[in-house]
Structure formats: structure tokens, C-alpha cells
Ligand binder design. Sequence first.
Ligand code: URA
Ligand code: SF4
Length: 188
Amino acid sequence: MYTIEELKKFCCKCKKCRLSITRTNIVFGEGNINANIMFVGEGPGYNEDMQGRPFVGKAGHLLDKMIEAINLKRSDVYITNVVKCRPPENRNPFDDESKTCLDYLRWQVKLIQPKIIVCLGAVSAKNLINKELSISKQRGQFVKKGGIYFMPTYHPSYLLRNEEAKKDAWDDFKKISVKSSELLNDNK
Ligand code: URA
Ligand code: SF4
């Protein structure tokens, strides 16, 4: 079994898909490696590609605020993406790219062993929960798979464009908070 640092070193040299050609930096993910909650976005954008860190632009700022709204800090959770390299012009990752890159996410999940995985947006939810999932119809409902509770919710970039959806996202985050406390109490 690799450590997370070993996995990161390995991933930072990755050329397994075409996104390696256009990336500036790999965005492996960061946070608490003992986190109970993991957030998974779609893929790095411009700012993330420049800095090599996940969710550091406008959407990241909103995500930070949402995490703080459930009384957590960014450093309490682990944040990463389906693909670790920026898709050109922020297009959605192609299926072969996500499929290849998901090996890294699987390792991250094995090492971190989160109790809850929050899928931010349709690309994340479809890749992690079910290819047929509709984010507008199925957001806000936990799906339990392999002992982990997956919560599909809106991507923060969507919330920046659709203010009216923030209320639903807030409901989803409250559910995440409640579930997280329940699971922690079960362990006592
Ligand atoms: N959007 C994502 O999906 N991931 C990031 O890291 C930043 C923006
Ligand atoms: Fe490797 Fe993933 Fe980057 Fe593709 S997106 S080159 S699989 S790290």
C-alpha cells in the first residue's frame, strides 16, 4: 500500500491521458488525510492549474464558505477532483480521461477512508455514483456504496451562475452535517 505522499509523487509524473499535454500543474488534491468527508469536483480550472491546488478560484471561495457554514474548516476535509489535470478551455473531461484518472481517486479513497463523499456537480456524481444520475432530480439524497455515503449536490460554479439553487445546496450541506455527526456517534 502506498502512502498518500507516494501516490502524489507518482501521480505528478502521470502521462496516462492527453490532459497531461496541456496541463501546467497536476492538481492531486489536499486536506486532512484522516477526513470523514471528502469533496470531489470535476477537474482543475485555470487557477487550480496555475497553482496546483484544488478549488482556489471563485468556485473554491464559495466552497470554503459552504464548508464553514457547516462548522468545518477546509483543513478538516479532503478536496480533490475526478481528473487531476485541467481539461483545455474547461471542457468536461472525456470518458476515457475520467476512466483513466479515476484510478488515483480510488487510491485516495482507500487511503483516506472517508465516511461521506460529496460529489460536486454532474460529472463527479455520474462518475462516482451512477452514469445515469440526474443531478437536478437526485441531488440531496445519499447513496450508500461500498460502506460510503455519497451525496450528489450542485457544483459551486453552477451556484455562482444560479443564485436560486443555493437554497437547495444549503439543504444538502445540512444533511451532510447531520449524517457526519450520526456516523461519528455510531463509532463511539
Ligand atoms: N472546479 C472543479 O471542479 N474543481 C476545481 O478544483 C476547481 C473548479
Ligand atoms: Fe494522468 Fe489523470 Fe492527468 Fe490524465 S488527468 S494525465 S490520467 S493525472
